[in-house]
Design a protein. Structure first.
Length: 256
């Protein structure tokens, strides 16, 4: 059943913007500003202002030769990201559940988004100790297990570019905030095949993670287990790392 939206809650300027985007989505060859003005029955000045804004933001593109407007690649990239996320979750959720059953710890799958790690799937542990997290939650790359796993396996040039603009903020006394120290840690994680953090993002919380690769061998996500520092400590890092690494390998195989 279509969702009914009360008109008094609509913001007219935002509605006009999305009406324009909906219109362009139906026109493969694009439209001129005048054609958009006629189709939407909006003042030409309003259409021009909206087009200027969405073009500046990358959501719409203008062909300078024909003066026609069409949807920008930025919108298509969002569609591709959504499809990729759904594919990862659909193929790997069962393995995530197995990881939780095997370790007794909450598990996540995360992807790299706008300089942060973002959870796209989560399975909670069944014990009394619960980790406060949710799908869509974001963590700084340098202060999370999934973030470190995503960073450690990037191609060297891409890693260097990412670190150039990555703010290394301090969240606890254990957060790595010096680039050279982070790079050294990432090299170690790359050699081991998994990453971890203890108390770096949040006091009393630890995480072990490993990368998930696509069929071309590119790191597209990371899988992790998260618990308290009593559940994940120095003595258990190696064994938990091997377990997570095995599950990540199985997930990679499903995506390859």
């Amino acid at each position: 059943m279509p969702k009914v939206i009360k008109k008094q809650y609509l913001v007219p300027a935002i509605k006009r913007c999305f009406d324009l985007i909906d219109l362009l989505a139906e026109k493969e060859k694009g439209l001129t500003a005048t054609e958009i003005h006629r189709a939407l029955q909006l003042p030409l000045s309003s259409v021009t202002a909206i087009l200027y804004t969405v073009c500046a933001l990358g959501y719409v593109e203008r062909d300078n030769e024909t003066a026609r407007y069409s949807l920008g690649t930025k919108l298509y990239s969002y569609s591709g990201r959504r499809n990729e996320q759904q594919d990862i979750v659909g193929r790997c959720h069962g393995l995530l559940e197995q990881l939780v059953a095997e370790t007794g710890l909450t598990a996540h799958v995360a992807v790299l988004r706008d300089g942060e790690s973002m959870y796209i799937d989560r399975v909670a542990a069944s014990g009394l100790i619960q980790i406060s997290s949710y799908i869509g939650m974001r963590w700084p790359l340098h202060a999370s297990g999934v973030g470190k796993a995503l960073l450690a396996f990037l191609p060297e040039e891409e890693l260097a570019q990412t670190l150039n603009y990555l703010p290394l903020g301090k969240f606890t006394q254990f957060t790595v905030t010096v680039r050279s120290q982070l790079e050294k840690q990432l090299r170690e994680f790359r050699n081991l095949g998994f990453a971890w953090e203890i108390n770096e993002g949040e006091p009393g919380v630890a995480c072990v993670a490993a990368p998930i690769f696509d069929g071309m061998g590119r790191p597209i996500a990371a899988v992790s287990i998260t618990g308290t520092t009593h559940q994940i400590n120095d003595e258990r890092i190696a064994s938990l790392g091997r377990t997570v690494k095995e599950r990540a390998k199985a997930m990679s195989a499903r995506l390859g």
